[in-house]
Design a binder for this molecule. Structure first.
Ligand code: ADP
Length: 496
């Protein structure tokens, strides 16, 4: 058996390839950012061609850095930014347009029309999702309408896929016999799949106007999916997981009630709910956690927050009060507290638990006293407040009171934020030694499929705590702060 497993992490801002050894240590890594394209307010696009070129480049880069050949990899897994939608021509391999990214709100009108007077929860019972711009189905429909592609889609000339499909198709040969697949976690974010049966649903396809002939085959998240060509020639592709589900896997949340929160571009809290989907009455999503080929599907409840780390990027790129994301901590520490300033970063509307595409960002509570330190502090704290709203919804829906929250992602290196998070939640916050849980989860899943790792117990024994933040705030203070936050949220929702 070869000594390593590869994980391709195609994220919102960059593409990474990582090689892991049996101990779960990263032995090689290469990473490349891709362009963020903002053609209009609220629109966000990626160039799928650029993403594929970067994929090839980071695979070759990581292998050559460690002096490895594809033959040194026992298997490879893909994890990916979810919902981002690509339509391409099967015969030329060319995308018909830029990918529409998950944060893009251009389908707000379409989503409203799809409510057909029944409200945003019209398809919730079947899909686990509210009608929202976040999901892939309306994005495909928009591309077909805008580029007048209906006939070509019906005729089978075009392929639809989320980023996992696009990368898997290219990685397994593209126009030379590439596999047109998506795994069950990614499929659960399209609004086209029946969550209980995990199959494409003909009623949903008809309602959303998406032709069957353009759909990928839904496969298990862990199992033999195909054999790679090109830069990974001959390596078995044995796992595909959406990025948040991969992080859940990497945090070894294999038991019902296990939960993690990832602090990246956005924040995503997922709780394993076992083999039955749990409907949400509190504004969360019911989604697929993973399926191992031959086993039952495992489900999750998810609280998705669109803007957290990307607010720090915005402070850097659009406002210029910091030069690097990490500087936000010192700037926020330059003031004693938030000075009663609150920042609701509703740049893509508000996701969980509100699901309001029309909400817009607000900074409120400004006086002549406020300075850039307060803005930085309020920006950081907004991540913690949004997470608190999601955790409250999670507790209400699942009936599980978390004793601790497992965290990962770029923002967890910010101790000020993590301490404030623990204070606000009243729950201990813990980070594992391996912070790259998304790629690790894809590697674990790929390795499990080929016996590189034997079972869940072996993976669970590898989870090691690195840091812990213990709550240190009175419940009166917590209640007061939350009340202020709620007032700020109302202002954001009122701005229509
Ligand atoms: P993704 O995988 O979504 O691209 P990462 O997990 O790599 O995201 O996290 C990157 C995000 O974290 C960026 O949005 C960045 O602004 C934010 N970030 C990175 N370092 C810090 C820090 N020290 N404090 C606050 N935010 C940070």
């Amino acid at each position: 058996m070869p000594e390593y497993v590869g994980a391709l992490d195609q994220g919102t801002t960059s593409t990474r390839f990582m090689v892991f050894d049996h101990a779960g240590t990263v032995v090689s890594l290469d990473q490349k950012e891709h362009s963020q394209i903002f053609p209009e307010p609220g629109w966000v696009e990626h160039d799928p061609g650029e993403i594929w070129l970067n994929t090839v480049s980071v695979i070759e880069g990581a292998l050559s850095r460690a002096g490895l050949d594809p033959g040194d990899l026992a298997a490879v897994g893909i994890t990916n930014q979810r919902e981002t939608t690509v339509v391409w021509d099967r015969s030329t391999g060319e995308p018909v347009a830029n990918a529409i990214v998950w944060q893009d709100t251009r389908t707000a009108g379409l989503c409203k029309a799809l409510e057909a007077g029944e409200g945003p929860d019209r398809f919730r019972a079947k899909t686990g999702l509210p009608l929202a711009t976040y999901f892939a189905g309306p994005k495909v429909r928009w591309l077909l309408d805008e580029h007048d592609l209906g006939d070509r889609a019906v005729g089978g000339e075009l392929a639809f896929g989320t980023i996992d499909s696009w990368v898997a198709w290219n990685l397994t040969g593209g126009t030379e016999g590439g596999q047109h697949v998506t795994d069950v976690t990614n499929a659960s974010r399209t609004m086209l799949m029946d969550l209980a049966t995990t199959t494409w649903d003909s009623d949903l396809l008809m309602e959303l106007g998406v032709p069957t002939h353009m759909l990928p085959e839904i496969v298990a998240s862990v199992g033999h999916i195909g054999s790679c060509a090109g830069p990974l020639s001959g390596v078995p592709l044995t796992a595909i997981l959406g990025d948040q589900q991969a992080a859940l896997f990497g945090q070894v949340c294999f038991k019902p009630g296990d939960a993690k929160n990832t602090y990246g571009t956005g924040n995503f809290m997922l709780m394993n709910t076992g083999t039955d989907p749990v409907p949400s009455e509190s504004g969360l999503l019911s989604t697929v956690a993973y399926r191992i080929d031959g086993d039952e599907t495992v489900y999750a409840l998810e609280g998705s927050v669109a803007v957290t780390g990307s607010l720090v990027q915005w402070l850097r790129d659009n406002i210029g009060i910091i030069a690097e994301a990490s500087e936000v901590e010192d700037l926020a520490l330059s003031v004693e507290d938030n000075g009663d300033v609150y920042f609701v970063p509703a740049f893509s509307g508000l996701f969980a638990p509100h699901w309001r595409p029309d909400a817009r960002g607000v900074i409120i509570g400004l006086t002549r006293f406020a300075n850039k330190g307060h803005i930085a502090r309020a920006a950081l704290e907004s991540t913690a407040y949004q997470t608190k709203d999601v955790l409250d919804a999670m507790t209400a829906d699942s009936g599980v009171n978390l004793v601790e929250l497992r965290v990962d992602g770029g923002m967890t290196h910010n101790s000020l934020l993590m301490q404030f998070q623990a204070d606000l939640l009243g729950v201990e916050v813990v980070r594992p030694t391996i912070a790259e849980t998304t790629a690790l989860g894809a590697a674990y899943a790929a390795g499990l499929a080929v016996g590189f790792w034997s079972d869940f117990d072996e993976l669970t024994s590898r989870w090691v705590e690195s840091e812990r933040w213990v709550p240190d705030m009175t419940s009166d203070e917590r209640t007061r702060l939350q009340g202020r936050w709620r007032q700020a949220i109302h202002r954001s929702l009122d701005w229509v």
